[in-house]
Design a protein around this ligand. Sequence first.
Ligand SMILES: Cc1cc2nc3c(=O)[nH]c(=O)nc-3n(C[C@H](O)[C@H](O)[C@H](O)COP(=O)(O)OP(=O)(O)OC[C@H]3O[C@@H](n4cnc5c(N)ncnc54)[C@H](O)[C@@H]3O)c2cc1C
Length: 337
Amino acid sequence: MTITFADLTTIRVGGPVGRLLAAETTPHAIELLRETRSAGDPLLVIGGGSNLVVGDVGWAGSVLRMTSAELDIDGERVTAAAGMDWDRLVTTTLGEGLAGLEALSGIPGSVGGTPVQNVGAYGTVTSDVLESLVVFDRETGEIETWPIERCGFGKHRDSVFKHSDRWVVLQVTYRLRRSTRSSPVKYAELANRLGVEVGGTADAAEVRDNVLQLRRSKGMVLDPADHDTWSVGSFFVNPVLAEVPAQAAESPQYPDVNGTKLSAAWLIHRAGFAPGYGAEWGNGAVTLSSRHTLAITNRGGATAADIMAFAAHIREGVQDRFGVTLTPECDLVNCSF
Ligand SMILES: Cc1cc2nc3c(=O)[nH]c(=O)nc-3n(C[C@H](O)[C@H](O)[C@H](O)COP(=O)(O)OP(=O)(O)OC[C@H]3O[C@@H](n4cnc5c(N)ncnc54)[C@H](O)[C@@H]3O)c2cc1C
């Protein structure tokens, strides 16, 4: 049976996989990376496929799926292999009495995928607790240990990994805190639910429960039966602009080191694309999530080309209305819009 990217990604589109390799342990990942490097085989590395859209032509070379899941807990220092399921790491560390990852509960994907866009939610980003990484350099074949400073986490949802496939993340080390209290809650909606001030703390397990409830209400927890979650999460990045165009002056604005961050969800909605938009557009196979305007969803029969056409339509609408160009947050391979 031919394996396609529709089988390997959460948005469930994309053509055939040339050769699928699974790296079950870190040494196995290194072995496979060395083999494909010597063979000069075009290689695509994937984790949970939750931030990836691959075109309908697929990928003719090898696809290395990271499933390595070794975990080492040494006091407050936690080292996880790249293929470990991210939410499993969150639940395991909370179960061990270690706080720090609770606000990042319920995010799909692998440990190795999180540094790629410095994954974040509810005011927390993984770089808040990330200490170092071990990477495989595909150019030299060497294995290197990097301090967090090498990752290039300056801009929102950005890193050196986002711009180059040279480095494959093999394992990640986090510095957590031995406590049942959460890290400071930075997001007003979450703080309200927990009945604490922004900047206050709460029981870490309670923070996880509330984050999961909030995420579910927005279709942001994977559920195969729920098409609102057949997505890559947020399709577009919240734009950070040096100057906010006059038409977008009413958008919620947040200070950012690189300028002013606007809400892409707000811009999309106010450009005329309400939650669920799309049923009447094109062939109806792609719509915005009925619970979140930032998620583009596959309603069951979509192709990658359908997703690209829909994304272009949304980007054009926002551009026309607000003069702001949205860019994709997910990684696009052999497709574009
Ligand atoms: C329902 C839903 C909700 C989401 N919510 C959030 C959210 O709240 N916050 C957020 O930031 N993101 C969110 N996302 C996006 C996604 O979950 C994260 O970006 C996640 O970290 C991607 O990990 P992955 O293993 O699935 O990566 P993949 O999709 O497999 O890969 C994404 C990119 O990373 C590269 N990559 C993967 N593994 C490695 C590795 N080991 N070394 C080097 N490169 C690698 C791939 O080549 C690809 O370019 C959501 C997605 C969905 C579907």
